[in-house]
Design a protein around this ligand. Structure first.
Ligand code: GRF
Length: 198
């Protein structure tokens, strides 16, 4: 049985597309069952629709900072889709321990830095400002600590002398699109019972 994956986005959804494309490969073992955004402006929603993937919007703004109520609505949106696994892919809302505990071991995130360096925002500028010679991206299991869960995969790229945050982000993003599907594939393979020959 294919794992049913929900992908959470806030923006253009290029990482979401890389996951969806990978899941279209035969025998991947997972299907994109839902793309959920926290704003109807998220460009990735249209892309998901072109793939025929169900979409949902749970706008955080009407909740005015009531994270528990926002997350209850997230759970309501997930419920009809029988979701096994959540992939956060550029989802720009911090989730609370309450929500995360309900998905422990079944939720991962991609972050554009070599964790544990540069948790949070502005990762590329921070790497440049620090004079780092390498930057990169990480996929990690989601725990209550922001960008702090166990690493599932990481890719490095060079930081070039004339890099801006934008040029570095573009170089890292190319690797994000390779890394996230690779980690998802490994995760799915680990969870899928193998048929026995004897
Ligand atoms: C990616 O760099 C992701 O790592 C970061 O936000 C960006 C989202 O890009 N957190 P996209 O929406 O997947 O195109």
């Amino acid at each position: 049985m294919d794992l049913r994956v929900a992908i959470f986005i806030s923006g253009g959804g290029s990482n979401m597309v890389s996951l969806v494309t990978a899941m279209q490969e035969p025998d991947f073992g997972a299907v994109p069952a839902l793309v959920l955004a926290n704003s109807s402006d998220a460009g990735g929603l249209q892309k998901a629709a072109t793939y025929g993937i169900p979409t949902a919007v749970v706008d955080h703004r009407p909740f005015k900072g009531d994270r528990a109520a926002f997350e209850a609505s997230l759970q309501d949106a997930l419920a009809p889709h029988d979701i096994d696994l959540i992939c956060l892919a550029g989802f720009m809302r911090v989730l609370t321990a309450g929500f995360i505990s309900q998905w422990e071991g079944r939720m991962m995130n991609i972050h554009p830095s070599l964790l544990p360096k540069y948790k949070g925002l502005h990762t590329h500028q921070r790497a440049i400002d620090a004079g780092d010679k390498v930057a990169g991206c990480s996929v990690h299991a989601v725990t209550a600590e922001l960008d702090g869960g166990p690493l599932l995969g990481q890719t490095q790229v060079p930081v070039l002398p004339d890099d801006t945050a934008e040029t570095l982000a573009a170089r890292v993003l190319v690797e994000e699109h390779r890394l996230y599907p690779e980690v998802l594939r490994a995760f799915v393979t680990d969870l899928t019972p193998r048929s026995s020959n004897g």
